[in-house]
Design a protein around this ligand. Structure first.
Ligand SMILES: *Cc1c(COP(=O)(O)O)cnc(C)c1O
Length: 365
């Protein structure tokens, strides 16, 4: 097999997704399974659907097109506010989009009317993390306008915390989202009973809040990407009980393995990628080079086997120190990538991606 290579165990993904779906169902929360870190891979999406997610969510229309081309017919939400220039593509391929700008909703409405479709809209509310979202004071007016656009169905409201500034989802901000849903129902409910059908509370950062006995209120959906893929809660970087942490593995091949001095020699200036070269070392060490670098992954996000230390990387070389059995040229070493390393590897054309089908994949349709 070729290297570098990302292997994704869909058995483990199925386990992680179905475990989270089951736990959240107890609180009346449905899951949107987020596929963006896997570039909308259709086998990945099908695995999430088999595990019980209600909707697929992706932030890029290209990924949604890929899933549609592969025959995924489940509801798909574009979870990043659409580009104005892509309104037509969005309406043609996504059932739902998350929005914050009336100009965009207006363009979605035009595109839907022209093609005789309907398009569902979730309005995102700002709750303090300062990424996308309508300020809470403006939500009522925005709802009023949204309801007036032809071929647009207002489906609900949502929020996103954690991703940008690390603001923690808690009883206070989730309570505010619930209250906004109640207020909107009170104000508009008579004319439009289902405008807050979906109250989408957030992403994997919301799991601690969801599992710690807080009042769930009106929140009835979470959008989960990283927790399913990595098995961790991204806010605290802690493993989630019962989930696989090793669904994704990154393999790289050894292209040099030698005994080398532990200390550089010659005058020093700036290396291409800054690293700590001022530390002094004595003697020699077993050093290997792997054919993987910044063009393939985020080297800082790799966890190596226990007898290997990553010393640093350049564009195409990862240099490691080996304290255990010396590795030979041609051997592969398996790394545990974090989310950042997975993202970079998944989008690098140099890295082969292997989605390992589920053992019981015949049950998957
Ligand atoms: C990426 C993203 C998600 C998923 O976040 P994870 O932390 O990977 O679960 C959810 N909602 C929005 C709007 C996103 O951009």
């Amino acid at each position: 097999m070729t290297a570098p290579r990302l292997e994704i165990s869909l058995d483990k993904i199925f386990h992680n997704a179905s475990t989270l779906v089951r736990r959240l169902r107890r609180s009346g929360i449905a899951v949107t399974g987020v596929t963006k870190a896997c570039m909308g891979n259709p086998s990945y999406a099908a695995t999430l659907l088999a595990a019980g997610v209600r909707t697929i969510g992706d932030s890029r229309i290209e990924n949604i097109l890929e899933m549609r081309r592969a025959g995924i017919t489940a509801p798909i939400a574009l979870i990043r506010p659409p580009m104005l220039s892509q309104a037509g593509l969005v309406v043609a391929n996504a059932d739902i989009s998350f929005n914050t700008e009336l100009d965009v909703i207006s363009a979605l409405s035009d595109a839907a009317r022209k093609t005789d479709r309907r398009h569902a809209v979730v309005l995102m509310v700002e709750l303090g993390d300062l990424r996308e979202g309508i300020m809470p004071d403006d939500i009522e007016e925005t709802v009023g306008h949204t309801l007036s656009y032809p071929n647009i169905d207002l489906r609900g409201i949502g929020a996103n915390l954690g991703c940008f500034n690390g603001v923690v989802p808690d009883a206070k901000n989730m309570g505010e989202l619930s209250r906004l849903a109640d207020d909107l129902d009170q104000h508009f409910g008579a004319s439009s009973p289902s405008i807050t059908r979906d109250v989408s509370g957030g992403n994997s950062s919301n799991l601690t809040w969801a599992f710690s006995g807080n009042r769930i209120g009106r929140i009835n959906e979470l959008r989960l990407g990283e927790s399913i893929l990595m098995g961790i809660d991204p806010l605290h970087r802690q493993p989630i009980e019962g989930l696989h942490l090793d669904a994704v593995t990154l393999f790289a091949e050894v292209i040099e393995s030698k005994l080398k001095p532990a200390q550089t020699y010659g005058a020093l200036a700036h290396p291409t990628f800054e690293r700590n070269t001022t530390e002094h070392h004595h003697g020699t060490r077993n050093q290997a080079i792997l054919a993987i670098g910044h063009q393939d992954t985020d080297p800082a996000g790799l966890t190596a086997p226990s007898d290997i230390d990553v010393l640093g990387a350049s564009s195409d070389h990862l240099v490691v120190k080996i304290s255990g059995r010396v590795t030979k040229v041609g051997n592969e070493i398996a790394f545990q990538p974090n989310y950042s390393a997975v993202l970079r590897a998944m989008t690098s054309p140099y890295v082969t991606k292997v989605f390992q089908q589920r053992q019981d994949a015949n049950r998957l349709t």
